[in-house]
Write a protein that binds this ligand. Structure first.
Ligand code: TUI
Length: 308
């Protein structure tokens, strides 16, 4: 299955892994790349040197290409932007902001730059500034989200730009991949389904929470302050929502969530921690290796699309 994205990255399947904070570390990234997709190291809020170390560890596990996601709200974004150049990374995706100020540096280092966007306006602007593709990420995604659904965002972005579009948000099986292609995407970004992969270092409690999740178990916190974050409903989201309704400030709410994603991912605190996951969590029902996940999804998509 060839698209402009598989050709651009030299990968077998049009699947890229989301740059999930605390989750997208070297084991997962290397496993996705080894399985024929594009694995990413998620920079998240980590210092530049930690990201450098992760890149090197991933490279010790695979010779296939791996990328880095730069989370632009991070205080270390600038350092990570330089680390990817120094380490000879060939693909960078960005999230939660506008990567314009790094574009020239990355482009002159021969890096393919793929901003994650949640609107047509930002997609257009990114194309103008030299982006090689965009990820159009719908509100079904886990973590920091925009407002539009994948169903409405992907075709509008595909119509607005000439560069290839990667669809994200709510995709967790071959039907989702086929649907994304029908909407004009040339690849998909998958997050939540890879969280439960054997190679994912996420705590068992977190994986189990995703496997057990129902369609209605998703919640969005932080809408009132313009920082919407999607996660699975628990004591933390209930407490957050209560304080949000009481009119607490953004800073007070930030303090409440400080370190809670790490607590859920590493310590398995799925009650008081933040369990970021997309709405598709309700459909994810089994643990598999990254290779099994990719093979199964691509098999389903191929049959639906008559690629086989
Ligand atoms: O970035 C993500 N997802 C994330 S980042 C993250 S870490 C975090 N945790 C708590 C609070 C904040 C961050 C967890 N999940 N996805 C990519 C994405 N980017 N989704 C939406 C956007 C986006 C939104 C607005 C990109 C650009 C934008 O506007 C940029 C501008 O300045 O116009």
């Amino acid at each position: 299955m060839k698209t402009r994205i598989t050709e651009m990255f030299g990968i077998e399947y049009p699947i890229i892994q989301g740059g999930m904070a605390w989750v997208a570390e070297h084991h997962l990234a290397a496993a996705v790349s080894e399985a024929g997709g594009l694995g990413l190291i998620g920079g998240a809020n980590a210092p530049g040197e930690v990201v450098r170390d992760e890149i090197r560890k991933a490279r010790a596990l695979t010779n296939k290409p791996i990328g880095v996601n730069v989370m632009l709200l991070s205080p270390h974004a600038e350092d990570i932007a330089k680390v990817v150049v120094e380490e000879g990374i060939k693909v960078v995706t960005t999230g939660a902001g506008n990567p314009e100020k790094y574009m020239d540096m990355w482009k002159s280092a021969g890096i393919k730059v793929i901003p994650v966007v949640a609107s047509v306006a930002l997609a257009r602007r990114m194309e103008k500034y030299g982006a090689d593709a965009v990820v159009a990420e719908g509100t079904e995604s886990g973590g920091h989200i925009g407002e539009q659904t994948t169903m409405t965002l992907v075709p509008q972005v595909a119509d607005a730009v000439s560069i290839p579009v990667i669809a994200a948000g709510g995709i967790g099986d071959g039907r989702g991949i086929a649907a994304a292609f029908m909407l004009g995407a040339e690849a998909v970004q998958i997050g939540t389904r890879f969280v439960v992969a054997h190679e994912s270092i996420v705590h068992e409690n977190y994986k189990e929470r995703i496997i057990k999740a129902k369609d209605i178990d998703s919640a969005v916190t932080g809408r009132t302050h313009g920082h919407p974050v999607r996660c699975l409903r628990n004591q933390m989201t209930r407490e957050y929502t209560k304080l949000e309704q009481e009119g607490k400030t953004f800073e007070e709410l930030e303090y409440l969530t400080l370190g809670t994603l790490r607590k859920a991912v590493q310590e398995g605190d799925v009650t008081g921690g933040t369990v970021m996951a997309g709405q598709i969590a309700g459909m994810i029902s089994k643990r598999q290796s990254c290779k099994e996940i990719i093979q199964e999804m691509m098999g389903e998509a191929s049959r639906l699309m008559h690629w086989d």
